[in-house]
Write a protein that binds this ligand. Structure first.
Ligand SMILES: [Zn+2]
Length: 238
């Protein structure tokens, strides 16, 4: 009985499909109904759309189970930051891998979306006038470390600056997921984490930082940033 509603609204305004589907199915969708919707999409729409719609359905399922509207962000856990003798090595980044792994497991259990925010620089990126050349898009150095490899339901957002929001798709994705709260993990505490928390605060998100899941080049920087995030951006530090 729900399918015709889905189809009609869908045809009325394709640009609003996510909102309509969310509106129609948010409260009563279950796995069985998800399967039916998938079949309808397969029959009616081109293959090129299919992946997107599957993802949408997934988001609806997540939205229903994820009552607190939280997303887990994993920032720059890339070879060029984490590996020994990497160009922008943060030695302490290797110590936070187990903690992040735990957060990922917890998130997956609770249907919290896992979003990897990753540097993906151009080969002549302006950032390289300040920092050593790192995480150039398409190189091994820009890949997420093996121990934290994403799964197919996870999301990847590419960035070219400190804040994960700056000129990226993060805000759009969070809106689609219905996210209002972010758990931030990764590197570097006083750079990408701090500026992402700052921008999250200004955009109306609340944030939590598990202290054993972020790292900086020095303890001093790390402590300063945690304090700053707590005092200035009301972040919850665990
Ligand atoms: Zn960078």
């Amino acid at each position: 009985m729900y399918i015709p509603v889905f189809s009609v609204r869908f045809n009325q305004n394709k640009n609003m499909r996510v909102k309509f589907i969310l509106f129609d199915f948010y409260s009563f969708i279950d796995d069985n109904q998800t399967e039916i919707i998938k079949q309808v999409i397969k029959q009616k729409y081109f293959n090129s759309y299919l992946i997107y719609y599957k993802r949408t359905i997934l988001m609806i399922k997540k939205a229903k189970r994820n009552d607190v509207n939280t997303a887990l962000l994993i920032c720059d856990m890339l070879n060029d930051f984490v590996k020994k003798e990497a160009p922008l090595e943060v030695p302490a980044a290797r110590d936070i891998v187990p903690g992040i792994k735990k957060q990922i497991q917890l998130a997956r259990k609770s249907c919290i979306p896992v979003i990897y925010c990753c540097d993906a620089h151009k080969s002549n990126d302006p950032e390289f006038s300040l920092w050593p050349r790192h995480a150039v898009k398409g190189t091994e150095g820009a890949c997420i470390v093996k121990q934290l490899e994403p799964e197919k339901d996870d999301y990847i957002v590419h960035k070219t600056n400190y804040s994960c929001f700056y000129k990226t798709s993060l805000q759009t994705l969070l809106k689609q997921l219905g996210t209002t709260h972010l758990i931030l993990t990764g590197v570097v505490t006083n750079i990408c984490i701090l500026y992402t928390v700052a921008e999250a605060y200004m955009r109306g998100y609340t944030t939590t930082i598990p202290g054993d899941c972020v790292a900086a080049l020095t303890q001093k920087d790390h402590k300063y940033a945690l304090q700053q995030m707590k005092r200035v951006f009301n972040a919850k530090i665990l």
